[in-house]
Design a protein around this ligand. Structure first.
Ligand SMILES: *Cc1c(COP(=O)(O)O)cnc(C)c1O
Length: 376
């Protein structure tokens, strides 16, 4: 398509490709005429929203003629309590995507640089490029590594220069499910210069049960250039409401607060987030279900002879050893949506979110059928 307005757009925007989300259920229904669809494409919580959240939303609905509390006083207090930090350390976002973009807008411009890893979350390149800054992409570990395709912090450190203002570390990373230990990460944070902010994206932190996984919010006082982002979209099950946050030193939060939209988090999301934090049982059940089902799914994939990356998140990256698009399409015809990752430079792989036992069963039997037919 020849877009005649493209040369009017600012330089960074001209080369951008839009983020490719997982295919929505309604779209598959429309396009393929299938029903009873299993969506394992966007790392959403398969349990659905918890009862406390649904109740809070119902209670808040009659307030929607009013603007939300722009300072989100109560929710910030609750988040601060959860992490043992001051409320001044919290910046809320319309999803954590929002705060990632705010960081890029606040600290990057043409001539300045951001570092991230090959195969890192696709939002980082978009955020960096949109503001005209330069990305330094560090090669990832290879498939033979204990963290296949994971972040190589040494390679990332080698790309930090005096022009680097942001480093993005997804821990765990999406789409690989890999992660970095507390020792390795702290060594990295301690090694970068003070003008480089290290953004640790902990979207999947709630799922990780390894004792060597870092507790980054505890490091904020020691490392003023550290920023930690979290989301309510994954284990908390609120992806559709768009709610996330950054934890940082209050001076960084002050800067983000200057550029965020005054009402970037809507009132329903604020009420739901507060209720979600008040329902630790739902979170525990979500994590427990996921981690159990992830192990079962992994075993079933292994039985099908497929290579995948051991994941600490709620998804698995599976390597089909040949272009995976036909497998993706064959699964769509069987009413199962997974996620292509060719846009990450991984055309042979698909990312599969962990669903309920029933959903995973549907996926495995569909995959068995597709693989039995010789790939697609
Ligand atoms: C899903 C995800 C997010 C969260 O996005 P939201 O905007 O909070 O929904 C952030 N980082 C990574 C690595 C993710 O996979």
């Amino acid at each position: 398509m020849n877009n005649v307005y493209l040369n009017l757009a600012v330089a960074g925007v001209r080369g951008l490709k839009p983020y490719q989300p997982g295919k929505p259920i309604s779209e598959l229904e429309r396009e393929y005429g299938v029903s009873d669809i299993v969506k394992l494409a966007s790392n959403e919580n398969p349990l659905g929203p918890g009862p406390a959240v649904l109740e809070a939303i119902a209670d808040e609905v009659d307030q929607i003629t009013r603007y939300p509390d722009g300072a989100a006083y109560e929710l910030k207090q609750a988040i601060a309590r959860r992490h043992g930090v001051a409320p001044e350390c919290v910046t809320l976002g319309n999803g954590s995507n929002d705060v990632l973009v705010l960081l890029a807008e606040a600290f990057l411009q043409p001539g300045l640089e951001a570092v991230y890893s090959q195969y890192a979350f696709a939002v980082y390149p978009i955020a960096v490029q949109a503001v005209g800054a330069t990305a330094q992409v560090a090669p990832a570990f290879d498939w033979e590594s204990p963290q296949p395709l994971g972040h190589d912090l040494k390679a990332m450190g080698q790309r930090v220069s005096e022009r680097t203002r942001l480093v993005f570390i997804a821990n765990p990373n999406n789409p690989t499910g890999t992660w970095v230990t507390a020792d390795a990460l702290e060594g990295f944070v301690a090694s970068v210069p003070p003008q480089t902010l290290v953004v640790v994206d902990e979207a999947y932190a709630d799922y990780v049960d390894d004792p060597t996984y870092p507790s980054c919010p505890d490091w904020l006082e020691k490392y003023p250039n550290l920023v930690v982002t979290r989301t309510f979209s994954k284990a908390f099950g609120l992806a559709g409401l768009r709610l996330g946050y950054a934890l940082s030193n209050p001076q960084v939060a002050d800067i983000l607060n200057r550029i965020r939209q005054p009402f970037n988090v809507n009132s329903i999301a604020q009420a739901a987030g507060l209720a979600a934090l008040g329902d630790p049982e739902y979170l525990a059940r979500s994590v427990e279900t996921n981690n159990r089902e992830r192990d079962r799914l992994a075993a079933a994939l292994a039985e099908l002879g497929l290579r995948f990356i051991p994941s600490v998140g709620n998804f698995l990256l599976v390597d089909f050893g040949a272009p995976a698009q036909p497998v993706y399409e064959a699964l769509l015809r069987l009413a199962v949506i997974v996620r292509p990752v060719a846009n990450y430079g991984l055309p042979d792989c698909l990312r599969i979110s962990v669903g309920t036992a029933e959903e995973n069963g549907r996926l495995i039997s569909a995959l068995g059928k597709v693989m039995g037919e010789g790939g697609a």
